[in-house]
Design a protein around this ligand. Sequence first.
Ligand code: ITT
Ligand code: NA
Length: 184
Amino acid sequence: MRLAFVTSNPGKVEEARKYFEPLGVEVYQLKVSYPEIQADTLEEVAEYGAKWLAQRVDGPFFLDDSGLFVEALKGFPGVYSAYVYKTIGYQGILKLLQGEKNRKAHFKSVIAYWDGELHIFTGRVDGKIATEPRGSGGFGFDPIFIPEGFDRTFAEMTTEEKNRISHRGRALREFANWLKENLK
Ligand code: ITT
Ligand code: NA
């Protein structure tokens, strides 16, 4: 089976590929841009994007909308994560948290799969924001996020390690389980 992943982010593709490879599913990147609406939740953003793409893309596809939610910043950047990453970057988040004791944060990932109907899969990982960036793996906010139970950032892990515990890994697991049940 081949699965089209609509995304502009090669880091996401790499993670989905590594996740699905052992299951005999090939993931390929489909670079079609779609509107990301301003909404309160990742689910709404993902659902709107998937329904918009459904009118324009042939065959099944999935997309992933993710965000980093920092407790001391009342959930910011959350649904604005892509914009914040492009503008102030992870250095900007570190600056906002300077001197802050509460470093708790979580990542959330929403996968929307369209096969004529919409299917939503989600995953979350709790952790904290590091005081300085570490590691060169991964992408995005990975150098400043330390998952609970670890003392390394996501950027200091291999893709396989990150997949085992990450928001996206968990959403991919739900997605893969659903495919197993529904493609018989
Ligand atoms: P799409 O084309 O798939 O939308 P994107 O990078 O814009 O790619 P999102 O809107 O979902 O993706 O991402 C929001 C931001 O959060 C973006 O800057 C990502 O780099 C970052 N991000 C998403 N998942 C991440 C992860 O697993 N680790 C670190 N940063 C992540
Ligand atoms: Na995006």
